[in-house]
Write a protein that binds this ligand. Sequence first.
Ligand SMILES: NC(=O)c1ccc[n+]([C@@H]2O[C@H](COP(=O)([O-])OP(=O)(O)OC[C@H]3O[C@@H](n4cnc5c(N)ncnc54)[C@H](OP(=O)(O)O)[C@@H]3O)[C@@H](O)[C@H]2O)c1
Length: 296
Amino acid sequence: MNVLVTGAGGMLGQAVVPALERAGHAVTALARAELDVTREADVRGAVAGSAPDWVCHLAAYTDVDGCETRSDHAMLVNGKGAGYAAAAAAQAGAAVLAVSTDYVFAGDDPSPRRESDPVGPLSAYGRSKLAGEEAVRAANPRHVIVRTAWLYGRGGKNFVDTIRARAAAGGPLAVVDDQRGSPTWTGDLAQVLVELMERGASGTLHSTNDGACTWHELACEICALMGADVEVARISSAQLARPARRPASSVLDTGRLERELGRRLPHWRDALARYMGCTGQPAEHASAGRGPEQGR
Ligand SMILES: NC(=O)c1ccc[n+]([C@@H]2O[C@H](COP(=O)([O-])OP(=O)(O)OC[C@H]3O[C@@H](n4cnc5c(N)ncnc54)[C@H](OP(=O)(O)O)[C@@H]3O)[C@@H](O)[C@H]2O)c1
């Protein structure tokens, strides 16, 4: 396949581009400096110029709290930008894969959410990503939308690296214990995205590592894997008082993807152990500050 990747400099992009290359595909990897997805004509020109089989759309404004104060910008990048990528793909005869989020759900039902369940985003970020989903469906019938959650991986600010740095600095830690989701390693998700494009998948699919936990449980597991004897206090979302509301439970039902691929993704504890084993020290950008935490 020939694949054009938007947002290629982001955390997920840094896992998807090498995964595509390892699988022998031709990749045009465009970071934000090379392609701003809010510029419709530029998007059309870049896609037409590389004549891809797939546009893998990963560009997004992912600062969940920042989206509350910059909601117009969020809508432009996450809503309109996704539509521009999908439309440019359609014009070039290509399919589009777009990544979306568990935050399109309200999170008031603890049972895992299916693709067909009603959405109800609580935040400007969630609303902008939902607008992106709708724009992709409207612009290109050859689409696959992959909703994922709680990502961590190399090359991006993420909860796992932040907790590692803080635990390595001796803690103490205070972490939110009333939000439940499925931590997902970009390395495992990237492999899924490659397989979905290779199979010519379509429609909306949920993909996370298996199992679920709270941010507090995740922080405890990170400390345990490090062998760090650090106190991890439980706090509530209300105590943390972030600008954006997050779902209390955004666990995704991944059954449809399992039927599509014929396999289940590894459990989040397994993925976390592989990530922490393979990356050595915490990333340089991770803050060793001492504030209370939640992911995303
Ligand atoms: N991180 C998570 O927990 C999570 C969970 C569910 C879904 N997702 C989705 O997964 C996808 C990948 O996210 P990620 O975690 O890899 O986030 P990320 O590291 O923030 O990557 C997104 C990339 O998009 C770029 N970008 C921002 N505005 C752009 C624009 N106007 N034109 C082109 N590129 C632009 C960013 O560049 P700058 O850094 O220079 O702004 C960044 O490199 C996104 O669709 C996100 O919504 C993420």
